[in-house]
Design a protein around this ligand. Sequence first.
Ligand code: ADE
Length: 225
Amino acid sequence: MRIDIVTILPQLMQSPFSDSILQRAIEKNLVEIHFHDPRDYATDKHKKVDDYQFGGGAGMVMMVEPLALLLDKLKSERNYDEIIYMTPDGVRFKQSIANQLSIRENIIIICGHYKGIDDRIRQQYVTKEISIGDFVLSGGELAASVVCDAVIRLIPGVLNDGTSALTDSFQDGLLAPPVYTRPAEYRGWKVPDILLGGNLKEIENWRHDQALQRTKERRPDLLKD
Ligand code: ADE
């Protein structure tokens, strides 16, 4: 998979890809990440990428031309399955969207800034608009990092234990059950006996019951879906 990230702050996005699982995914060539700065496509001598909005109002808007030139260049080099714009008014990101994106070949993610991007880019290029929640971030970079993390960990071979992504919260529409590790008792706090017994069928049933109970208590909305 190849992800092209359009951002005026590429340095802000370095660290999620320089550690742990995402770093290993890149080293194993399971994913390629490329950053592109719209400033490199600005046509005036000040490298201007934002301007006042027509009609007045506070806040700058990212200009159409640098983004259009950048996106034209990328699209001339390969076919993209999705051109995603990170925005609080997009569809709410969830596991099923991460699953869909994880089997795509090439995607572009555009990070907005200020008041957002000129709407003509959304109309002419963007195929999917994603929000990571009902709050406004200073820019799309952190949101794009969240999406990349959720997607990349699902690519086969990225996690050491291939089954572990399948047992995450949300993968079966339920929250994950509680987990424990050694020691079996600490300060009198005991691990449930059933997990120590070795009966795999009973353990699986117990986990399912716990997952269901947690989901009922914490996220009853998931059960309606
Ligand atoms: N950009 C700013 N806020 C955002 C949000 N909540 N989700 C996605 N992109 C954003």
